[in-house]
Write a protein that binds this ligand. Sequence first.
Ligand code: AMP
Length: 415
Amino acid sequence: MIVLVLNSGSSSLKFQVIDTDLEAIEKSADKTLAQGVIERIGSEALITLRAEGNPPSRSTAPLRDHRAALDKVLRWLVSPDSKVPGVASIGDISAVGHRVVHGGEKFTKSVAIDDAVVDQIEDCIELAPLHNPANLKGIYAAREILGQGVPQVAVFDTSFHSTMPDTSYLYAIPYQLYVRHKVRRYGFHGTSHRYVAYRYRILTEKSYDDTNIITVHLGNGCSACAIQKGSSINTSMGLTPLEGLVMGTRGGNIDPSILEFLHHKEGLSLDQLDTLLNKQSGLLGVSGLTNDMRDLLEEERLHQDRRARLAIDIFCQRVKFYLGAYMAQMNGADAVVFTGGIGENSPEVRERICKDLDVLGIAIDKKKNKATVGRKEGDISSEKAKVRVWVLPTNEELLIARDTVRCVKDAPRRW
Ligand code: AMP
């Protein structure tokens, strides 16, 4: 069954075309047939399209909205020039899976989209005013172009964390604010944490109940997740993705009174403070150079840049804090799993995080660590380590495609 996976941003549309079904899921025989991204929708859009095994084609075209962008993708997919096997006409697309950032308390698993589900995703906009409207643009466009005959499924970043106990998800602020406005921690990156937990379970042949791990997604956004008996029991992001680890441009945890202090000292408005926290902090804010970890490591190595080093050190120390905290909350874990652009590709950052963590039973093998990059899976722990450290590349699109199949076939979708 051919599934179109859409990740719709405010001015972008990423897609993958994945051939999968219940049997392929069982055998891990799913195939990615094509992928691409359209950026700068609304003006002269940048279009990158690639059939698997072929070089990408890059072009530009004026695309006024997400509907025009999706139309462009579909026309390319069915054209013989695209060389995408198995997609000769639009009718070959059996279902569409959408990434949706916020499902609030409503959505605890992936669901088939109908009018009521669209209404409920719209209700969650106030919790994710930047992300959900963008995700909805993809849903509206796909429903309009493909019609009611093609089932569509929403896969939420928040659902995997719906198993968190109230002691993890409640903030210690007046309880009425939770009752009245659902102010609580939701967590994000759920599809990524869930995917790497699934890979860990397959590779180690563990059952759900025997899966006790800490997953650490380190990309431009970063989060950690404590997974006990196969379920998320805590995660570092909160009401919004601002909380927790240091990220590319977000600072993660800070003392909330800094906001009032800066309002008085610098005359910053709420909007300006929001921009400061979301766009000007984190690795970028501390280094004053870039949000890109690869470039920061280069600056540190070539020029011994003090603030580049500081940014990386603060980043690594914050991850250590969460490893310690979750080890304590879980009374120990069997493994730590690194994923995301940094987690998958930077042996140096992994080594700096895991340094001097013998107290937690964590120790990595330098050789294995160096060798595990570029989407390789592997256990990088030293022989004697009590807690294993794994590198497992994430694949959120694959999980979205699989959930889409499971929803359409009404099959169970744990992970
Ligand atoms: P993501 O958001 O998952 O695509 O991750 C983006 C982050 O991964 C950026 O900070 C990149 O600099 C970082 N990254 C990608 N490759 C490497 C690498 N080889 N070494 C260090 N950081 C990397």
